[in-house]
Design a protein. Sequence first.
Length: 267
Amino acid sequence: MIGCGEKAADVGKLTAEGRRALDSGDFNKAVNIFKKALREKPSDRDLLYYLGLSFKKLDIYDSAYTYFRRAKILYVHDREINREIIEMAPMYEDYEDAINAIAVMVLTGDNEKMYWPKLADFHYRNMNMYMTVKYCKLIIADDPESKDYYLYLSRALSQMGKFEESSNVLFDALERFGPSSEAYANIAVNYISLNNIPKAEEFFRKSLAINPKSIPTWINLANILTEQDDRAKKEEALGIFKQYYEQTPPAYKLDSIIPALEAELGE
């Protein structure tokens, strides 16, 4: 019993010494002290948390996150630990962990509303479009001037296959905020999914009228021009492909598209 007491006292002294080093900005010293103490008491909440914090201060984020996660497993409802998880988990694309940490913060007293933007973002990146739509709609209903979330909402709806609803969101945004090349381009993509090629062409052209430097939009326009039974449009598409050939990534496969279109046009 005396041995155990002495060990606990040693850990307590080391913890206090590590805290002093951390508070004074000697983060390397703090790391070494907390590691030494952790060997004696590997499940101690303060040691795990402050070791993670020390590594974070040193910008050694992978180690910091490792210790915060260990602490989170043992101390599920600890607010300080969950606050760190919310901040750091997205750096490692652990969006589910970040979402769960927010749930703990809400469970332990925070108003969920303060996390709506993060929840919309994390759910979108975690490919949960249903929840993305939920939080984007909450944000827009609470503040209709939240411009970015109209685009977020429209993208999530598109990924759910709700193309008309997605476009309606963008039309609302255009009415509220004015013309937008990105909004027009996304509406055009929705029309492609709805197999309405003439409308897609119309809105790609509207997008390019605002931002004529968007090469992806030019290539998208050219692609849908080739799908129409109109020689003039195919010739226009060929001109676009050739004009932007050097600036277009190989993934667009212009190396094969251009010769095929030239053969079709007899050029």
